[in-house]
Write a protein that binds this ligand. Structure first.
Ligand SMILES: Cc1cc2nc3c(=O)[nH]c(=O)nc-3n(C[C@H](O)[C@H](O)[C@H](O)COP(=O)(O)OP(=O)(O)OC[C@H]3O[C@@H](n4cnc5c(N)ncnc54)[C@H](O)[C@@H]3O)c2cc1C
Length: 382
């Protein structure tokens, strides 16, 4: 076992860090305030192979791995969670195509994410089906050679700006088991009957696109089915083994960015005639924050490393997501505390990080859902 990053890893980290500092540090606050979609930054990241690093070259991607993807996301999230979220989301769902798509589907849908303007997303959540994904009711009925889709989704990344989305649909309602009723179907967003309403007013990550979707007799060819009809729930769980590792990397990045800001502040800010960093109470906080981040990082790296070995570990990934995202929320809270009243104003980046952090304990499985996954593995069926 070797815990050292290779030269290639360090080069990728450096490229991601420089890109984030150069391209989004200075505009991040304004983009967040105005809910601006970072179109130009997305374009540049594409050109520099800084999106979808896990997608093989034969499908147009940079051809690295899940570990490298995690490294890049960590660097992006250190600088600005909102723009970082969107850069990660451009290929959100591509793992599902890699795992279950046909060769033809991979060659058709993946390359335009890099050489064209394609943007994808994965629509699972519905107004009445959040954590309980197996109760999703958006239905797809096979009529001849086409699926006809009706229903609605909510809080979907890239619903407005995306060019195609994977939709988690009910296709086999007659099946008794709740886990055998759904399928994943590709829908192009220019299909008749597709409507997306942007959802404004997010607490954080405001540079990223989120929408409510409506499907009114949307027709797609049956070739748009990904994997096996009725196997969508199982396929979705395999996808989460990948996507949750990234969200965990988001948590590590956000926490490290918050700690870096706190360190800078406590070295410069003086009270009682001394830098506030010289008080032992402050030093203990910094030590605890750094320790938690390091533990989280190691769990995330192991989880991504296993993905590259073709041995995804559902429990470990859930642990990584649970822990790293909790650490992000805790660390950003302490980091803002160390900024005192200044941290409460939006001309300090820590305010934006604080608002961004909470979602990490909600999307891609709430913290409670992650605990259910972990406990189920430990306790078995009771
Ligand atoms: C910014 C943002 C972006 C998002 N992007 C996407 C996207 O791209 N695609 C997508 O499909 N979805 C997306 N989501 C939706 C997200 O995945 C859901 O919000 C999440 O799965 C939780 O579902 P819910 O909001 O309906 O909450 P609910 O499921 O209603 O949960 C509410 C509370 O009840 C708890 N709870 C529920 N069931 C249990 C249980 N059995 N035991 C214990 N506690 C339980 C939850 O943990 C939570 O605390 C996004 C959400 C946000 C905020």
């Amino acid at each position: 076992m070797d815990f050292e990053l290779s030269k290639e890893h360090r080069d990728i980290q450096k490229a991601a860090r420089e890109f984030a500092l150069g391209e989004f540090r200075d505009v991040a606050r304004e983009y967040d305030l105005n809910e601006t979609f970072p179109a130009e930054i997305v374009k540049k990241a594409r050109e520099l192979d800084l999106i979808g690093l896990f997608i093989p070259e034969e499908y147009g991607g940079p051809g690295f791995g899940y570990f490298e993807q995690a490294l890049v996301l960590e660097e992006f999230w250190k600088v600005d969670p909102g723009i970082a979220q969107e850069l990660c989301s451009i290929t959100f769902g591509a793992e599902e195509l890699l795992l279950f798509g046909t060769e033809e589907q991979k060659k058709k849908w993946l390359p335009p994410l890099f050489s064209g303007n394609a943007i994808m997303g994965f629509a699972i959540t519905e107004p009445d089906a959040g954590s309980d994904t197996a109760s999703a009711a958006t239905n797809a009925v096979l009529e001849g050679d086409e699926y006809v889709i009706n229903g609605s989704k909510v809080m979907i990344g890239n619903g407005t700006v995306g060019t195609f989305l994977l939709i988690f649909c009910l296709t086999n309602p007659e099946v008794e088991s709740k886990t055998g009723r759904h399928s994943i179907i590709i829908v192009e967003t220019d299909r008749d009957g597709y409507k997306a309403d942007p959802m404004h007013g997010k607490m954080g990550l405001r540079a990223s696109d989120t929408a409510a979707l409506y499907f009114n007799n949307v027709r797609v060819p049956k070739e748009n089915l990904v994997g096996v009809e009725g196997n969508g729930f199982i396929q979705l769980m395999k996808f989460f083994d990948h996507s949750r590792a990234y969200v965990a990397a988001h948590g590590v990045g956000l926490a490290q960015g918050a700690l870096d800001m706190a360190v800078k502040h406590v070295k410069g800010r003086k009270q009682f005639g001394r830098p506030i960093g010289s008080f032992q109470a402050t030093q203990f906080k910094i030590a605890e924050m750094a320790t938690k981040i390091e533990i989280a990082r190691n769990t995330v790296y192991k989880s991504a490393w296993l993905l590259d070995k073709g041995k995804p570990d559902t429990t470990l990934t859930a642990m990584a997501k649970l822990y790293a995202c909790h650490v992000a929320v805790e660390v950003v809270d302490e980091a803002l505390q160390l900024h005192g009243g200044y941290g409460y104003f939006d001309d300090y980046d820590i305010e934006r990080f604080y608002r961004a952090a909470k979602v990490l304990e909600i999307y891609e499985g709430t913290k409670e859902v992650e605990k259910i996954v972990i406990a189920r593995e430990i306790l078995g069926k009771l």
